[in-house]
Design a protein. Structure first.
Length: 141
């Protein structure tokens, strides 16, 4: 008979308060989430406390790049898969906390993350089978 072992140890995640400096060609990782009510992104956006349509090119930035809402409603250029798209920043990908309802039970973001709506992935013409995470370059528009 196998003995079941239970652990009370919670996972430990690295947290960040800063992000790499932004240039006209800053390397980043693009991830996918829903910005809609009932989607997988947790709560409403930090910029306006509202949900947004995934049919719009939207982005959330790691805490350092989000810069205490300084990037709210500004556009960034995202370059990936040989294509480019402008996306409006409406949210933060929190690099300091996570694993709770407000963060969709995701762990804290790394410091170089751009989270994007489906519209961004479509504009970059990334095949659906590859949606999830890709390396990109980003800049301020």
């Amino acid at each position: 008979m196998k003995k079941q072992v239970y652990s009370n140890v919670l996972p430990v995640y690295t947290t960040y308060k800063c992000s790499p400096p932004v240039s006209n060609h800053t390397k980043a990782t693009l991830t996918l989430k829903s910005f809609e009510d009932g989607g997988d992104g947790g709560g409403p956006s930090k910029c306006d406390n509202h949900y947004h349509s995934d049919d719009e090119p939207l982005a959330a930035l790691s805490t350092g790049w989000f810069n205490k809402k300084a990037r709210c409603f500004k556009y960034i250029d995202i370059h990936g898969n040989g294509k480019s798209v402008k996306a409006k920043v409406v949210d933060e990908c929190d690099s300091t906390t996570g694993c709770d309802a407000a963060h969709g039970y995701y762990p804290p973001c790394h410091n170089n993350i751009v989270v994007a709506s489906q519209a961004v992935w479509k504009a970059l013409q990334v095949p659906l089978s590859q949606w999830g995470e890709i390396e990109i370059f980003r800049s301020d528009a």
